[in-house]
Design a protein around this ligand. Structure first.
Ligand code: ZN
Length: 151
């Protein structure tokens, strides 16, 4: 378990597409654990592997309801719309309004390789969409409704 360095928005790695995890081996488990440590240390609600410089489809989320680990997450359903303030550990000190689905349902693998379904509304839907965007090299600052503001 270790805290890894969080890459900031000018880092090219954040703009690359992450690769599917083919085998959940020790290095993927270590990555999941380090990502959780790094996310909690930075008081974040979510972290995607490219944010620690690893181009693998791995995400951790905790919106205050417990840790969720997602391997190869895929959005399978969305509904509605919400517009609200969003930030990112890779864009420190800034927030902006972003339009997201109100509801989001995701299919993924857990660390044991079992298929899991994670769904949620409001902040959970926002976090799922935000983190899965990271796996495509997309940052929320690409999608803002207004200007970035200091926070
Ligand atoms: Zn982010």
């Amino acid at each position: 378990m270790a805290i890894r360095k969080i890459r900031i928005s000018t880092d090219e790695v954040l703009r690359k597409k992450s690769k599917e995890v083919k085998e959940i081996n020790d290095s993927i488990i270590e990555l999941l654990e380090d990502m959780a440590d790094t996310m909690y240390d930075a008081n974040g609600v979510g972290l995607a592997a490219p944010q620690v410089g690893v181009l693998r489809r791995v995400v951790t989320i905790d919106i205050g309801e417990g840790l969720i680990e997602l391997i190869n997450p895929e959005i399978i359903e969305t509904d509605g719309e919400q517009c609200g303030e969003e930030g990112c550990l890779s864009v420190p000190g800034k927030v902006a309004d972003v339009k997201r689905p109100l509801y989001c349902k995701v299919k993924a693998l857990d660390r044991d390789g079992n298929e899991i379904i994670v769904e949620g509304k409001n902040l959970m839907a926002r976090a799922l969409c935000h983190e899965i965007d990271h796996l495509e090299g997309i940052l929320y600052i690409d999608k803002t409704e207004g200007e970035l503001e200091d926070c």
